[in-house]
Design a protein around this ligand. Structure first.
Ligand code: PEP
Ligand code: MN
Length: 283
């Protein structure tokens, strides 16, 4: 019999979960807005190095990079595999950036568990139960993306598999849901992300890159998420976006990423100042 409420459900007596990455520098759910940056796919060392340098200089929270790429076509670049994981671990260490990499298969968990700071379960695998359990068993924080047709309730039940397996360190990610209009790759469901914050104590971030598929929309969508009070964003950043081997249309340059991070911070500080003013008035 299912027990209600689920472990992931928000109840009056449960505090909000803070997911701490790599010993403490990044804490999703602490009230701040944490922006992860990095390329869709790890292509080679110079590309990743340049992206990491940019993410670090911008004050990004973590370095992302795909090593095992879940491409729609088997003829497209599939990623560097284990070699890519080793590369991002070295580059992340060099720049003092914790890392997040997607795992597609249970067999990849030992390598990921040994080298990265957070494991992403991608949209295509939201309900892949053996994969969720294997990722949970590493003990690493999990970035769980909503499937393009996933209900919020289904996303929460997927997260429940991870928490029930003894790993409470789950960050949820709204990355766009499928709709009827091809002008944007998907539709960033900001209302859904906000509803998640009502339903669960877990942190919730957005992925405006995969949601929109357009680099021009990445900045305003991150800023909307920051203004809405969400916990962060994951953004595709590439030193030369037009040459990217995957998702070229949605990756942004490091200089643009730096502006996004600065503006998101400014929005949060401005909102905090208004809240503090209100508290003074009430007190
Ligand atoms: C990704 O983050 O590289 C990715 C493939 O995202 P999604 O699973 O949201 O499609
Ligand atoms: Mn991508």
């Amino acid at each position: 019999m299912p027990s209600l409420p689920r472990l992931v459900d928000r109840t009056a007596d449960r505090p909000r979960t803070i997911v701490t990455i790599a010993g403490g520098n990044v804490r999703f759910g602490d009230g701040g807005f944490h922006t992860i940056g990095g390329p869709c796919a790890i292509e080679d060392e110079p590309q990743l190095e340049a992206a990491a340098r940019g993410v670090r200089a911008a004050g990004g929270a973590m370095l992302r990079g795909g090593a095992y790429k879940p491409r729609t076509s088997p003829y497209d670049f599939q990623g560097l595999g284990d070699e890519g994981v080793a590369l991002i671990a070295a580059v992340g260490r060099r720049h003092g950036l914790p890392t997040v990499v997607e795992g597609l298969a249970e067999s990849q968990m030992p390598v990921l568990g040994a080298h990265v700071d957070m494991i992403q379960i991608g949209a295509r695998n939201m309900q892949n139960v053996p994969l969720l359990r294997a990722a949970a068993a590493t003990g690493l924080p999990i970035l769980l993306k909503r499937g393009p047709s996933g209900l919020l309730d289904e996303l929460l039940s997927a997260a429940e598999y991870v928490v029930l397996a003894g790993n409470p360190h789950v960050v949820l990610c709204e990355r766009g849901i499928r709709s009827f209009d091809p002008e944007t790759r998907n539709v960033l469901d900001l209302g859904g992300a906000l509803r998640l914050k009502e339903l669960t104590h877990l942190p919730v971030i957005v992925d405006p890159s995969h949601a929109s598929g357009r680099r021009s929309l990445v900045e305003p969508l991150v800023l909307a998420a920051a203004a809405a009070g969400l916990d962060g964003a994951i953004v595709e950043v590439h030193p030369a976006p037009v040459t990217a081997r995957c998702d070229a249309s949605q990756q942004i340059e490091p200089a643009d990423f730096a502006r996004v991070v600065r503006k998101a911070r400014a929005i949060r500080s401005a909102l905090a100042a208004v809240e503090a003013e209100r508290d003074l008035v009430i007190a």
